[in-house]
Design a protein around this ligand. Structure first.
Ligand code: DQA
Length: 146
């Protein structure tokens, strides 16, 4: 059974409380439980959230040995963290980038992702459903579908 990691970056621990008009009222714990229920018996999913860039980088490195694929919402690190980009480049496992909000419809600084060139694909603006879509896509990629 495939083992996947879902990483949420800075400030995503505040889901449900943070700008609910943009990110909704579901908490991170509720989101993680929902994902677990949806993919129950289909794959093993572990979750990690940190507000610290270096800790996230360490966790990305772990993916190479411990997981088959990665879903990541890097939060604002998306827009400037070359270290995060290099960490993703350094692993061979497929990675999908998720954003809850439509970053392209927001402030200019959110339009650029330094992560996008090194991931398999991006899911943007589809709300929390984006995480499920990313996991489904990863499972297809791992299963050899395109
Ligand atoms: C986000 C979009 C980022 O611009 C922002 O900094 C976040 C969340 C999203 O999921 O929509 O923290 O990644």
């Amino acid at each position: 059974m495939y083992k996947l990691l879902v990483i949420n970056g800075p400030n995503l621990n505040r889901l449900g409380k943070r700008e609910p008009h943009i990110y909704g009222s579901t908490t991170l714990e509720e989101l993680e439980q929902r994902i677990k229920n949806v993919f129950n018996n289909q794959c093993i999913i572990e979750f990690y959230q940190s507000n610290h860039e270096g800790f996230i980088i360490d966790k990305i490195h772990d993916v190479e040995e411990l997981y088959d694929g990665l879903v990541i919402n890097p939060g604002a690190l998306t827009h400037y963290s070359l270290s995060l980009r290099d960490a993703i480049s350094s692993i061979s496992k497929p990675t999908i980038e998720v954003h809850i909000s439509n970053v392209h419809a927001r402030e200019e600084f959110r339009h650029k992702s330094v992560i996008a060139p090194v991931v398999k694909g991006q899911i943007v603006g589809l709300g929390l459903k984006g995480y499920e879509l990313a996991i489904t896509s990863l499972l297809s990629v791992l299963g050899g579908e395109n």
